[in-house]
Design a protein around this ligand. Structure first.
Ligand code: TYD
Ligand code: MG
Length: 462
């Protein structure tokens, strides 16, 4: 009997191989190869050419390149989602015919977010189709009842067969469609199970063709888990136009939406939401949110002003420095780069003569945000010294600046926006790099202290 042909896929990045391998040559992950039945080769014939799929006109077979001025773009082909936070992450709204992947851990709120988006879109007169392969119509109705009244042309479909979905989409021609989730979808002609690498890849391929040829904006939900999931959405990242990740601690109420790839906008933007009884609510001022419940006059706490894309965000940096009881001091960094914290402690040791090697240090960005901007350096240094000396930093002070290896404080971008945000939230003092202060136009409303090196910054503690 002839052996059934199989191939091996890396479930992280989709790398294909004829034999099993321990380490994936593509993404260097270990133990990620899974065996799947080999696919039939593409059906005879060429299928629609890429230009036809991408929405170019002209007879199939006679493909003609186009000049930029020949391509017509409608002025307002961005669709607002009703969520300012989401619009910003997408780059001012949904682009017609685009494919957006929304990834995130199970239970983080992807279905809730997209259902709310559908509701907003339907309310503003768009035709929307929500296709769920995970929940029954009853379950969707229960969820919809929580988020509020639904009006307009929003319809639901429970289906996992993509060939059926294709027919429905071509017949209904909605403006926006949601596929929840890609791991449950399958194509009949592919023999492997739903959720496997080849199914997920082929399904996404088909959805891309539908999106581009029909001009339907499609949202795809994808689950990411460390273990136990057959195909990671990372396989899809290079196929779709936009990849959004919905993150956050499930035990906490707020969620961060982050773009990791965007063909139509910046990838630096984040959107902040809060999960409430009635679905997700936007958090328009995350700084206020992140700083709420801050202990006043506690040593080791410093407020830093960081940029997330074009938006300044104030976060609290906490440090706890205690005498070490072992030969090896313990260091941890939650929410920021561990090596960066070590480096900053070495700067303190060498340039300011603090014997940091005799102390354990724990650094934490309060609120569970992950921040890696260099402008955080000075705030980390100040919180470390504040905790070491047990002397509190004035709670109405904001600190930002990059610290170099010789202890110098270097300039950072967008100082003006950072200072303005601090003023807006009622801060009275701002410690910033001298070079930023020199270039700053506005100085009223807040006391600005320019510093050239770490020592000058620490001197403000006294
Ligand atoms: P869900 O959108 O089902 O997550 P995902 O699709 O990413 O798997 O979110 C489910 C969680 O959200 C669940 O723990 C309950 C919570 N939730 C609320 O707190 N309020 C609400 O109004 C809704 C609809 C869900
Ligand atoms: Mg869901």
């Amino acid at each position: 009997m002839a052996k059934a042909k199989t191939v091996f896929f890396c479930k992280e990045c989709g790398y294909e191989s004829a034999k099993w391998m321990g380490q994936c040559p593509g993404c260097k992950e270990w133990n990620t190869f899974v065996e799947e039945p080999a696919e039939r080769k593409a059906a005879a014939g060429r299928g629609p050419g890429i230009s036809a799929r991408m929405g170019a006109t002209g007879r199939p077979g006679r493909v003609k390149p186009a000049r930029l001025e020949e391509i017509s773009v409608e002025e307002n082909d961005r669709i607002g989602t009703g969520f300012g936070e989401l619009d910003r992450v997408l780059g001012s709204g949904i682009v017609g015919g685009s494919l957006v992947l929304v990834g995130g851990d199970p239970g983080i709120g992807k279905s809730t977010l997209l259902l709310q988006v559908c509701r907003n879109l339907a309310q503003s007169g768009k035709k929307v189709l929500y296709i769920s392969g995970e929940e029954s119509l009853k379950q969707i109705k229960l969820r919809a009842a929580r988020i509020g009244q639904v009006t307009g042309e929003l319809s639901f479909l429970c289906e996992t067969n993509l060939d059926v979905i294709q027919e429905v989409l071509e017949e209904e021609k909605p403006d926006v469609a949601v596929i929840d989730s890609i791991q449950t979808m399958f194509r009949e002609e592919i023999s492997s199970a739903p959720g496997s690498v080849s199914q997920v890849r082929e399904s996404t391929n088909l959805l891309m063709q539908i999106a581009k040829s029909q001009g339907i904006a499609v949202f795809i939900v994808g689950h990411v888990t460390k273990e136990g999931m057959v195909a990671g959405p990372r396989v899809l990242e290079h196929m779709v136009d936009t990849v959004l990740y919905f993150e956050g601690d499930r035990s906490d109420t707020y969620r961060i939406l982050r773009a990791v790839k965007n063909r139509f906008g910046s990838t630096n933007e984040i959107g902040v939401f809060e999960m409430e009884e009635k679905g997700l609510q936007e958090v328009q001022n995350p700084s206020e949110f992140l700083l709420s419940g801050r202990p006043e006059d506690a040593s080791g706490a410093a407020v830093a002003c960081l940029m997330e894309g074009t938006r300044p965000i104030l976060v609290e940096v906490q440090a706890l420095v205690t005498a070490t009881s072992f030969g090896m001091p313990r260091r941890t960094a939650a929410g920021t780069d561990y090596n960066r914290v070590n480096l900053l402690m070495a700067v303190l040791e060498k340039r300011c003569r603090y014997e940091m090697s005799r102390y354990d240090a724990y650094v934490n960005i309060a609120g569970g945000m992950r921040m890696n901007e260099p402008a955080l350096d000075l705030a980390i240094i100040m919180s470390l010294v504040s905790s070491l000396k047990d002397r509190a930093i004035d709670p109405k002070t904001v600190i930002f600046g990059e610290v170099g290896l010789s202890g110098e404080v270097r300039g950072v971008s967008m100082a003006e926006q950072r200072v303005n945000e601090a003023v807006k939230l009622g801060f009275e003092t701002c410690i910033l790099p001298q070079i930023c202060l020199d270039r700053l136009k506005r100085t009223e409303g807040i006391r600005l202290i320019g510093v050239r090196n770490v020592r000058e910054a620490i001197d403000t503690l006294r």
